[in-house]
Write a protein of this length. Structure first.
Lengths: 341, 373
């Protein structure tokens, strides 16, 4: 649903070329400038600018009381953010890496997600938890987890993940303005991907999926770091004569049934891809929902291309684990050849 | 053997503190017989208020336990014996201060002014919390241990940022001091010089596990020292001492002197909850020993000696408490309607389309086709 964004003034800024990291940095800066109740904190976010430099220069510009380094204590970061939000602030906190956010899990699932409900709507928590997630950067263990389902399974949280620099800006501005807690998952393998884009806080609604590339034969459903992979796959598929529609979910919770159902009912085929393990993965929910709502329109079973059901592999083996263009094309081929109606 | 060379870039020295981190002695102002120890006392008016509120608090507590036996409450964790901690702390708070209680602190909530029926909403099973936290500056009662310590620190820090004079009191027990969140909260509070008072009600047991299996530290107050938090130990059955310690902690916090940890030595006279069997882990003579240290009896004795209390006045106070309990009993005997549609109302600021569909599904299942939803 569309929400009134207090910080939104609709001023699109055209930039020649921006990376996702720079777009996120700009979104944080613009939110800090627009709303004095916004503050940013986490590990190394001050002088260093974060290990991925997403908060680069913010402490210098806004002061180290609004952009604060904290002790290395993730539960402490989220727990204190909850107290601050109870008292009128809008904390935007950074978890350094996906797997290092786990110490905060109890604060996130038992308190952040539930406080509005526990208090019958009296206490809302407008908090954004930024988490760099996913693999593809040759990271060692505990630095490459796709942890989205832990959060998406928790009622009360919104979970969003951008696939492009421009969307990173829009989604982060919207997340900071959102009255609900938002888990903001940043696909770290795309931090340095660049595009020329207009940055605007007035993009598609925070909970809507986007058709990134229209097509007729199959709907390819992706999010975060694999949106670019999906677009690449669609381009390659076009060489084979297949028209692939790419839908970028953007919001993992809530799920935009309307956009997805419309696309899949039209194409009659769907493939959902993600880096995370397939078992009980996000793709299972997507496949189930679309099967329930599109069954009579489907020409083939909904297929998944996901990571294997293994702990995230060491760097030299991660390419075997991550969904690749070839593996996705092979999966699309199964739909086309075996089940074309 | 090698000796360490001086660090090339030594860290800055620890900040100098105005207060000693841990005084040697346990703060006790009125001993178990009601005799002043000579360490000072709050005014007679304050002592009379403490006494009155403790009588009321205990009556509330025994009534709540009785309501579990009648099936009106799913469960009730009694705090009988801990009246001095809860009432002493709440009466030391100012209107603008916040409190972050646990599930065992129902007497504290009643003393703070939260309606008794709203305090019991959680245990009655109507909803997870029954009052608006902003109306009383009382957070929902926390059931997971120690998580509320961090909320208190965050709120206190926000208050400072906003230029407000607000102190956050967080209540926790001896068991909660083993949880990581307590340690993170003490560390954050000290680093941010946050206006927080941590009141550890050390009642000797975490359900069945005695303190000796919980901590090898010389005291729980020592845990504050390691983080640079000024810490004190008080007789937790001496309401005058708890009141004074919390008031001093609030005053220090409000004047920029940062957080305080108070370890209050007390005892849970009842089992963990009505569903627990305390005879499996502690002896009756231990309980009898603590009955002799009753927090109300010592104030009763002192106030009588000062001419502030006699049988007639006590009868009035007891009658008021009985009337309060009777009123609570009557209210709890009325079945409160719970609306299934509310299940979907507060998950997000606005229900998602999926939740609206589930609400309609449930309504249809209930046979009213959603007209009432």
């Amino acid at each position: 649903m569309t929400r009134t964004l207090p910080a939104a003034v609709g001023d699109a800024v055209s930039v020649a070329s921006t990376t996702m990291a720079a777009a996120l940095n700009r979104a944080l800066a613009d939110s800090l400038a627009a709303d004095s109740s916004v503050l940013v904190f986490g590990e190394d976010v001050g002088a260093l600018g974060g290990v991925f430099r997403v908060t680069d220069g913010l402490a210098r510009r806004f002061g180290d009381d609004r952009v604060m380094d904290t002790p290395i204590a993730e539960s402490g970061i989220v727990g204190t953010a909850i107290g601050m939000a109870m008292h009128g602030l809008r904390p935007v906190v950074e978890m350094q890496f996906d797997a290092f956010a786990y110490p905060a899990f109890e604060q996130i699932t038992s308190h952040l997600a539930k406080l509005r409900n526990r208090t019958r709507g009296a206490v809302g928590l407008p908090i954004v938890i930024r988490i760099p997630y996913g693999g593809g950067i040759g990271g060692v263990e505990h630095h490459c987890d796709s942890s989205e389902v832990y959060y998406a399974h928790t009622p009360g949280l919104r979970v969003v993940t951008p696939g492009t620099p421009a969307d990173a800006y829009t989604l982060l501005r919207q997340s900071i303005a959102c009255p609900d807690p938002v888990i903001f998952l940043e696909p770290k393998r795309r931090y340095w991907s660049a595009e020329s884009a207009a940055l605007s806080d007035l993009g598609p609604a925070i909970d809507s999926a986007l058709v990134r590339r229209p097509g007729d034969d199959v709907t390819l459903i992706a999010y975060g770091g694999l949106v670019a992979t999906a677009l690449e796959t669609a381009e390659a598929a076009a060489q084979e004569g297949w028209s692939v529609e790419v839908v970028d979910l953007r919001s993992l919770s809530p799920f935009d049934d309307a956009t997805l159902v419309k696309s899949v009912r039209r194409t009659g085929r769907a493939v959902v891809i993600h880096e995370a393990s397939g078992f009980c993965g996000y793709g299972a929910e997507v496949a189930a929902r679309l099967s329930e709502q599109c069954f009579h329109y489907l020409e083939a079973p909904i297929l998944r291309v996901t990571g294997f059901d293994i702990p995230y592999p060491p760097p030299k083996l991660e390419d075997h684990h991550l969904p690749s263009v070839d593996r996705i094309l092979d999966t699309i081929e199964r739909l086309q050849c075996d089940d074309r109606g | 053997m090698t000796s360490l060379a001086p660090h090339p870039n030594p860290p800055p020295s620890m900040p100098q503190r105005a207060r000693p981190l841990l005084p040697d002695e346990l703060l006790c102002l009125l001993d178990a017989s009601g005799t002043p120890t000579g360490m000072g006392l709050p005014s007679l008016d304050v002592l009379a208020r403490l006494h009155h509120a403790m009588v009321l608090g205990r009556r509330f507590d025994t009534q709540a336990t009785a309501l579990t036996k009648q099936g009106r409450l799913a469960v009730y964790p009694s705090a009988r014996g801990q009246e001095a901690c809860q009432i002493g702390a709440v009466l030391a708070l100012r209107a603008q201060d916040w409190m972050f209680p646990t599930y065992r602190d129902s007497m504290a909530l009643v003393t703070r002014g939260v309606p008794a029926t709203d305090v019991l909403t959680l245990l009655r099973g109507d909803w997870h919390s029954g009052y608006d936290p902003y109306a009383y500056r009382v957070a929902p009662q926390c059931t997971p241990l120690a998580t509320n310590t961090l909320h208190a620190v965050g709120l206190a820090h926000a208050a400072v940022r906003k230029g407000e004079d607000t102190v956050a009191l967080v209540l926790l027990g001896d068991g909660a001091t083993s949880e990581g969140d307590t340690h993170e909260a003490l560390n954050f509070a000290a680093l941010w010089n946050a206006p927080v008072v941590f009141l550890v009600q050390n009642n000797g047991y975490a359900i069945s596990v005695p303190l000796a299996k919980q901590s090898a530290a010389p005291s729980l107050a020592h845990k504050g020292i390691g983080y640079g938090v000024a810490s004190v130990r008080v007789d937790g059955n001496d309401a005058a001492a708890v009141y004074t310690a919390v008031r001093d902690g609030v005053s220090a916090a409000a004047t920029g002197h940062g957080p305080t940890l108070i370890e209050a030595m007390t005892y849970r006279l009842e089992a963990h909850t009505n569903a627990d069997d305390a005879s499996r882990y502690r002896r009756d003579d231990e309980v009898r020993g603590w009955l002799a240290r009753d927090p109300i009896a010592r104030l009763d004795a002192y106030l009588r000696g000062q001419g502030r209390l006699d049988d007639v006045r006590l009868a009035d106070i007891t009658a008021a408490a009985d009337s309060f309990a009777a009123d609570l009993r009557a209210r709890m005997n009325v079945d409160e309607a719970v609306d299934p549609a509310e299940l979907f109302a507060h998950v997000y600021a606005e229900p998602t389309s999926a939740l609206l569909a589930q609400r309609a599904f449930l309504a249809a299942e209930l046979g009213d086709a959603g007209e009432d939803l």
